[in-house]
Write a protein that binds this ligand. Structure first.
Ligand code: PGA
Ligand code: ZN
Length: 429
């Protein structure tokens, strides 16, 4: 029996010790499935609303008892009687029940936990893997990971202004090789830091805190770690940046990069210089979330093969994706289900990106749990790329290890491969 009889929720703790919503769906045959909501720190202002209690006496205001209550009082009766295998209908019912533009009634954290729990129950009811259930008519693929190596800004204290320096093992022939290379480079980076007496403490996504306030030095160090791990920078492994420039913006519209206030144009020229010096294939949020002009400038000045990836710019919203496509200012979208609310909507953004000739990268948040539904979502989407942080800390490894299990299972989908990054860098990187 695939009918939903009840939905419950409760709070559990996430990787930053913030409460988060865990939803449990029970079916008519008595079986149940649960899922947990992730949570961002470097959030965009155009994201859907995250429901928190705001009661300073409990969990510092970050409690989710309102979310728990609304599941018991409204969501459960709205979904009960529905066929759990019809994910689109379940998600539509959640969207209708919320009834607001930015999910300001139920909260996107409430919705994503319920949506993912239903997806998992639907897969269980059908007797298929979650990725298979979610894929529908899509062509699923095993995604190329973009792996966090160094963090700064809101994800790690005391370091550089840009948020993340990541590695992209695009030359790997399969998922497990890509993850093994990421491990080797991560360990090489740790060894280099230790030799220099720098801290090897890690940030929110498992990457090392940047050793100095220089973003450029962190990029150079990432290249050094790739070489130390006996991989060829630009030929086998490339660099990606998440600048998260919204969080570098100052009141006068300038961007504070490692202590220097730069205009949008000067910031773009910095990226152009970095892309000349280093094998950079992807730059996420190079400019602020509403700086469409600055984004346009980046698109005009950078080589078109560089992936310009909109996170805070697009916030997994189709209307903002359409605008970015029309302006030609981004050529890829970061897909985070809790920036919108449901898994169906997140998959629709990845689908629309493909139809527009753009790429999509399915992404975790800096606040995560041991839940691994994200890996199945990424595989199901066929997006070809995933970003879940570093190859350390269990909330990150839950996702990588799930990818490994999917890759090693029967009927595994094909490896997505280099995603064109091999062509982007040319022969000498
Ligand atoms: P967040 O950051 O989850 O803290 O918003 C992740 C990212 O910027 O990609
Ligand atoms: Zn980002």
């Amino acid at each position: 029996m695939t009918t939903i009889v009840s939905v419950e929720a409760n709070w559990v703790l996430d990787s930053r010790s913030s409460p988060t919503v865990e939803a449990t769906v029970t079916l008519a045959d008595g079986r149940s499935s649960f899922a947990q909501a992730p949570s961002g720190a470097s959030t965009g202002s155009h994201e859907s609303w995250e429901r928190r209690d705001g009661d300073p006496d409990r969990f510092g205001g970050r409690g989710v008892s309102g979310a728990v209550d609304v599941v018991r009082d409204e969501v459960s009766s709205a979904l009960s009687g529905m066929d759990v295998t019809d994910q689109a209908a379940v998600d539509r019912a959640l969207v209708d029940l919320d009834g607001t533009e930015n999910r300001s009634r139920l909260g996107a954290n409430t919705m994503v936990a319920v949506s993912a729990a239903c997806a998992r129950a639907g897969a269980m009811a059908r007797g298929v893997a979650l990725w298979e259930h979610l894929a529908g008519e899509r062509r699923p693929s095993l995604p190329l990971p973009m792996v966090n190596l160094f963090s700064g800004n809101l994800h790690a204290s005391g370091g550089m202004s840009i948020q993340d320096v990541l590695i992209v093992p695009f030359g790997a022939g399969d998922e497990s090789t890509a993850i093994e290379w990421a491990h080797d480079i991560y360990c090489a980076a740790r060894a280099i830091l230790a030799e220099r007496g720098a801290s090897t403490l890690v940030g929110d996504e498992g990457g090392f805190g940047a050793p100095s306030p220089s973003s450029e030095a962190a990029i150079a160090l990432a290249v050094e770690a790739i070489v130390r791990a006996r991989r060829a920078p630009g030929e086998e492994v490339a660099i990606a940046l998440d600048v998260a420039a919204t969080h570098m913006l100052q009141h006068d519209g300038s961007y504070l990069l490692d202590g220097n206030a730069l205009s949008a144009d000067d910031l773009v020229e910095t990226f152009v210089a970095w892309a000349d010096r280093f094998p950079i294939v992807s730059i996420e949020d190079p400019l602020g979330e509403d700086d469409w002009t600055g984004w346009g400038r980046a698109a005009a000045r950078l080589d078109p093969t560089v992936q310009l990836l909109g996170d805070d710019l697009i916030c997994t919203h189709v209307d903002r994706l359409e605008r970015a496509a029309a302006l030609g200012c981004a050529n890829a979208v970061l897909v985070k289900a809790n920036q919108i609310g449901t898994l169906t909507e997140a998959l629709a953004v990845a689908d629309r990106a493909r139809a527009l000739g753009m790429r999509a990268v399915v992404s975790a948040r800096s606040g995560e749990t041991e839940d691994d539904w994200l890996s199945d979502l990424a595989v199901a989407s066929g997006a070809g790329q995933i970003k879940v942080g570093s190859v350390a800390r269990s909330e990150r490894l839950a996702k990588y290890n799930r990818l490994l299990r999917i890759a090693r299972g029967h009927g595994a989908p094909p490896w997505s491969g280099a995603n064109g990054f091999d062509r982007a860098l040319g022969p000498q990187g």
